[in-house]
Design a protein around this ligand. Sequence first.
Ligand SMILES: *Cc1c(COP(=O)(O)O)cnc(C)c1O
Length: 373
Amino acid sequence: MSNDTTTSGLAFDIQLSTRRRTPQEREAILENPGFGKVFTDHMVTIRYTAEKGWHDAKLEPYGPLSLDPATSVLHYAQEVFEGLKAYRHPDGTIACFRPEANAARFNRSAARMAMPELPEELFVGAIETLLAHDGDWVPSQADTSLYLRPFMISTDVGLGVNSPSSSYLFVLIASPSGAYFSGGVKPVTVWLCEDYTRAAPGGTGAAKFGGNYAASFLAQAQAVEQGCDQVVWLDAVEHRWVEEMGGMNLFFVFGSGPEARLLTPELTGTLLPGITRDSLLKLAPELGLPVEEGRISTDQWREAATSGELTEVFACGTAAVITPVSHVKSSKGEFQIADGKPGPVTLRLREELVGLQYGTRPDSHGWVRRFDR
Ligand SMILES: *Cc1c(COP(=O)(O)O)cnc(C)c1O
């Protein structure tokens, strides 16, 4: 079966799967989806060539991509991705949180990797098309969502490296997800990594680029060996300025009650500009919490935690929303943040953000984009 739906100029050819899971099979999967393990019935693909620009947009059955072994991405890792979620609102509709911001960041990542930009209407149109057919995969239990993973790979065939690829493939896949770190707001223990760096000035740290993750797995394994849940990245030059935690940005809370104020590492080009981070920079002051973008060193972190001036630390990102950090380990020893329990500022911000995403709080920022079916 094939018919067209048009989004902003480019028509999506619709090729429905003949092996769609039954409603019963889907419901059974949605009971306990885990994270990033199961995928919906369809995916969206759009091709790019230097001659034709973006073309051949389609919704097709979810399935393997067929690639020549000499395909550029397999050798030189020219790849960028995004991560966002579709949420089920109380009235049954589906919404995404700031998808335009993901589209814009996708293009900034692409530009860094010398890849073509994808017009925002196509990025959002791909989401709209997938949700129109796989919307039933957006779960409705608390803290669940449909995780959307748009990505782009270089597809020129050949091993030459003198120029970037001239052809690309954009793909959007979707995976129903439960809570990312099981247990919801369970605090994590972090490892301050001094042996490996994630990103250097002038490098690729601000791009959502698969290679940043490839380079991080060894440090993450070291963190786990040290009994920690996550790695904290320090700057590449002095190994003391805190940058981010795994795939999440960090916030530090100083003082408490009406005195509470927040600090998050400034965007220096070596950390990923999170959309959750950006949203909290706007939400916190509205809740009476002053917030500053600045620097914090590992020594300052330890001293402020020891003196009690530092009252809470949390990480934030789309996948795990807001996760408290309770313990910090490094080659110099170990310390705890306050009583090691999720703090009131962490929980208040989490409640506000989750309320906006799940449509239980009014959206005064125009951040919620509904995809009505
Ligand atoms: C995606 C990501 C984040 C968080 O970004 P959000 O837009 O908030 O999801 C933080 N750090 C890294 C390295 C990331 O890849």
